[in-house]
Design a protein around this ligand. Structure first.
Ligand SMILES: Cc1cc2nc3c(=O)[nH]c(=O)nc-3n(C[C@H](O)[C@H](O)[C@H](O)COP(=O)(O)OP(=O)(O)OC[C@H]3O[C@@H](n4cnc5c(N)ncnc54)[C@H](O)[C@@H]3O)c2cc1C
Length: 671
């Protein structure tokens, strides 16, 4: 995503005045990296992993809006099912979380209110919400909550809560005064009234017996309030309102530790909202779900922006896969602008020049040669009128490529023999390099840079990455018939490792099933995978099998909490799975789709506490002709996300053009 964002910004009208050519080198047959998807049997959308867009992704939405406008499919492809941004992305406001405090898994779903704004709207600067706004919103929320308590009938509210509620107006007023005072001062560490434990009006660190007696809904509300209060305490007493680093100032501290330090009760560790934050950013060291970890600043930023600062809807979902909604349109529009694409090109090594100031050459493995009559590889095919990436290379455009589709060309351990070795040279084949390959793979491609430069060594060794796993089901019956009454919801904080489930009914019409054989519902599941970087292809096979086993176990043991009617006689109803003709029992699962994302490039880049310092900015490669793009750079957002990748890609383009870092970029997060 990041490399394409750079290419997008660099190739704007008039680009040939400054550059002779722009070429994207991509290993394998498709674009998209961690966001890639392609079409399999029956036009099935097969994703690398579930992707939703958050309503505050201003840069990503803006870029994609520009792309659709430029493609003008209403004129040039009027029959395509997706022609405009409005047809590409739809609001997805139903969020589900799963409580487990009562000893069982209890899902709850809220439909968060819509607003009239559209993400990526022209003029949005992404800076609408400052830390002061965030604090104010939080205070309002707390105020509304306690106001509402006064209207509840006596038996519903435990006595201690009532007395807390009585103390709140005074507490809020004191906190407000403190807020204003602090925003005018540069010193930090003033204890706000809430931080004074039992002397203050609220002590959420000490849930009362009354709290423990509350039902699930009220416990949840109370914990929600305790979380917001702890965050506001933290923002104020850590002096963040006056700290030029903003939330970045607390990114060395683990989120839950920070929350606890500011009075959050121990129960918050198991609160579904908190667990969902870790799920959202795959925040588990080594993929071990017993070791949750994320920088406090990133967690507060994501949580705050997601809940308080979304445009239109909290989430947005695509009406087809990432491949055809995001990457195919970008490919087509970039191609129209004159950007060249070299598919089947795997970067093997960047070689610094002897003087150490420039990248002198790049070696690549060419994975396949084009057929004699093919000028350039056209990676797309039409599925129901929509340009899509196929799940395998289009061999009719390749030479000597019989059987290439059985090889994982996107894997570092792919054993398909290269057609040729290519060397690109500075001044001859390139003048500027945008390195948009993730840090896991940089360990191999940039080994020479790391041996010479400590900052490269630190970046490669210091950033945490994690493998992920996902699977998709095509179920014959619609969700309401399976016992779920919130189709289209996105749910998190569920059983590990498949903690996230997205109900995707909007995709049914995008696929190409024979009449009467198609699904009534589509379900995507996703989560971390505790797998190290493999040593070779056999490790990859092993992990692929593990994900299959995990998914089958999950369906037999856990799915009942979400889709109770998918269980019969104590087992998952395997006959629900579409396209599984001929197989029986759990073997039917083999007809569905699952991935173990373990390739060094595919590992999700985490936001572990204390790792911001290892990130390099787009303009900090240390080489005059090398710029960096990816969710792993120091973009100010510093979290694995489509928005983080786009933000970084745009910063790389600004660096190439010698423009200020934030030129035409919305959002200013953690400088
Ligand atoms: C399972 C999963 C679910 C996710 N869900 C969401 C979500 O819901 N919302 C969200 O905002 N974000 C989500 N993310 C994060 C998001 O996908 C990433 O942050 C984003 O795609 C990163 O983009 P990137 O360009 O930095 O890196 P990548 O997408 O990894 O792109 C790197 C590119 O480099 C190429 N490459 C690698 N090695 C080589 C080589 N040797 N030679 C040539 N090319 C090479 C790759 O093929 C790829 O094209 C998810 C990530 C995962 C793993």
């Amino acid at each position: 995503m990041a490399g394409l964002a750079t290419a997008w910004r660099l190739s704007e009208a008039g680009w040939r005045d400054d550059f002779e050519s722009i070429t994207v080198y991509q290993r394998g047959w498709r674009l998209g990296g961690k966001g890639a998807s392609s079409r399999g049997a029956n036009g099935r959308i097969e994703e690398h992993g579930l992707h939703v867009w958050l309503g505050w992704y201003q840069n990503a939405f803006q870029l994609l809006t520009e792309c659709y406008e430029e493609l003008d499919r209403l004129t040039f492809r009027p029959d395509a099912p997706v022609r405009t941004m409005a047809e590409a992305m739809i609001p997805a406001s139903k969020i589900g979380l799963v409580d487990r405090s009562t000893g069982t898994w209890k899902p709850w779903v809220v439909d968060l209110p819509h607003n009239e704004r559209r993400p990526g709207r022209p003029g949005a600067d992404g800076r609408d919400m400052t830390l002061v706004d965030f604090t104010t919103q939080g205070l309002r929320l707390i105020g509304r909550y306690f106001e509402s308590l006064s209207s509840i009938r006596a038996p519903d509210v435990p006595e201690q809560m009532r007395s807390l509620a009585a103390g709140v107006p005074a507490g809020l007023a004191a906190l407000g005064v403190e807020t204003i005072r602090l925003s005018d001062r540069s010193e930090t560490s003033v204890a706000p009234p809430f931080a004074r434990g039992t002397n203050g009006p609220i002590d959420p660190a000490r849930p009362s017996a009354g709290f423990r007696a509350l039902d699930g809904t009220r416990q949840r509300t109370w914990l929600g309030m305790a979380l917001v209060i702890a965050a506001i305490r933290g923002i104020i007493s850590d002096g963040l309102l006056a700290d030029p680093r903003g939330l970045g100032a607390i990114n060395d501290e683990e989120y839950l530790n920070w929350v606890r330090r500011h009075g959050g009760p121990l129960e918050l560790a198991d609160f579904s909202v908190v667990r969902a934050i870790y799920d959202l950013v795959f925040g588990f060291i080594g993929g071990d779900v017993r070791r949750p970890s994320v920088g406090a600043g990133t967690a507060v930023l994501f949580g705050g922006k997601t809940l308080f600062d979304y445009d239109g809807s909290v989430f947005w979902k695509m009406t087809a896969g990432m491949g055809e909604i995001v990457f195919a349109p970008l490919y087509e529009a970039l191609k129209k602008r004159g950007v060249a694409f070299e598919f089947f090109h795997r970067v093997d090594r960047l070689h610094p020049a002897k003087d150490g100031n420039r990248i002198e050459k790049i070696t690549l493995g060419r994975q396949a040669r084009l057929a004699p009559d093919t000028a350039s590889y056209d990676p797309l095919f039409l599925c129901r009128g929509l340009p899509c990436f196929p799940s395998r290379p289009l061999v009719n455009q390749l030479s000597d490529a019989e059987g290439i589709g059985n090889h994982p060309l996107e894997s570092h351990w792919c054993q398909w023999p290269d057609a040729e070795r290519r060397v690109l040279r500075d001044g001859l084949d390139f003048d500027i390099v945008i390195f948009a390959i993730p840090p896991g793979m940089a360990a191999y491609t940039c080994a020479d840079l790391a041996s010479e430069r400590p900052e490269w060594r630190d970046m490669i060794g210091g950033l945490g990455t994690v493998a992920t796993q996902s699977f998709q089901l095509w179920l014959r019956e619609a969700e309401p018939d399976l016992g779920w009454s919130h189709p289209g919801s996105t749910l998190s904080a569920f059983v590990e490792p498949f903690n996230t489930w997205a109900s995707m009914p909007q995709l049914i019409q995008a696929e190409d099933w024979p009449a009467g054989k198609g699904p009534g519902s589509i379900a995507y599941f996703c989560g971390p995978l505790d797998a190290p970087v493999p040593n070779g292809p056999s490790d990859a096979t092993h992990q692929h099998k593990r994900v299959r086993d995990n998914a089958i176990e999950f369906l037999q043991r856990d799915i009942r909490h979400l889709l109770p009617e998918a269980i019969a006689d104590g087992d998952f109803r395997w006959d629900l799975l579409c396209g599984s003709d001929g197989r029986v029992g759990s073997d039917r699962f083999d007809s569905q789709f699952w991935t173990a994302n373990i390739d060094p490039s595919d590992r999700y880049v985490q936001s572990l506490p204390g790792t911001d310092r290892f990130r390099l900015r787009s303009d900090e490669s240390g080489f005059d002709n090398l710029f960096l793009a990816g969710d792993w750079t120091d973009s100010g957002l510093n979290a694995g996300s489509i928005e983080g990748a786009v933000l970084s890609g745009l910063q790389a383009a600004n660096a190439v053009r010698c423009r200020p870092r934030w030129h035409r970029i919305a959002g200013y997060f953690m400088p």
